[in-house]
Write a protein of this length. Structure first.
Length: 189
């Protein structure tokens, strides 16, 4: 099983990255192969709405550091996206990647039964961490992206979410969030 793990936080000891690595380590113990991408260290643009991926190319035509990430995600069985919550959404680093996944959709995706160019039955784990303690705050993030990733053929999607995580590695002592990450790893792998 191949995993593409996208770490979106700019922090070196990010809570979201801590959880993502924990999940990937559990998967590696079961034989999974993981490719990590530290999005903040890459140079890339967001979607340019050039429509080349709908009018002649099978993939995004922008040649920047995200091209390899998009290829790795297309080849992977599991996509793990880890992001802190900034201003009520995933951070800009992850949102730039998500916007570029538009290239995974077939040209007539609005009307097609199979909307995706990707192999079906992929799995998604989304790790979201936020400083705000109230779990009802920003609870709309995952369902929004779950909708779009179902178009790509991600039939199994799991959320791991930590709240009240302000400082780097706060999550290391949050037993309930660590258990949630372990459950996600078991469920997917």
């Amino acid at each position: 099983m191949k995993i593409a793990c996208l770490l979106a936080s700019p922090r070196k000891k990010a809570n979201s990255s801590f959880l993502a690595r924990r999940i990937c380590e559990k998967a590696a113990a079961k034989g999974a192969e993981t490719k990590y991408f530290q999005l903040n260290s890459l140079k890339y643009a967001g979607c340019q709405a050039c429509m080349a991926c709908k009018t002649g190319s099978e993939k995004c035509v922008i040649q920047d550091d995200l091209a390899d990430v998009l290829d790795a995600v297309a080849e992977a069985d599991v996509l793990l996206m880890a992001s802190p919550v900034y201003f009520g959404d995933v951070n800009a680093q992850l949102k730039g990647f998500i916007d570029r996944t538009f290239s995974y959709l077939v040209p007539d995706f609005y009307f097609a039964d199979n909307k995706s160019r990707l192999v079906p039955d992929k799995k998604l784990i989304m790790v979201l961490t936020q400083g705000h303690e109230d779990s009802s705050s920003f609870a709309d993030i995952f369902p929004r992206y779950e909708f779009f990733f179902s178009w790509y053929g991600y039939t199994k999607q799991v959320l791991v979410r930590g709240t009240g995580l302000l400082d780097e590695e706060d999550v290391a002592v949050k037993k309930e969030v660590l258990a949630e990450a372990d459950r996600a790893a078991e469920e997917i792998f």
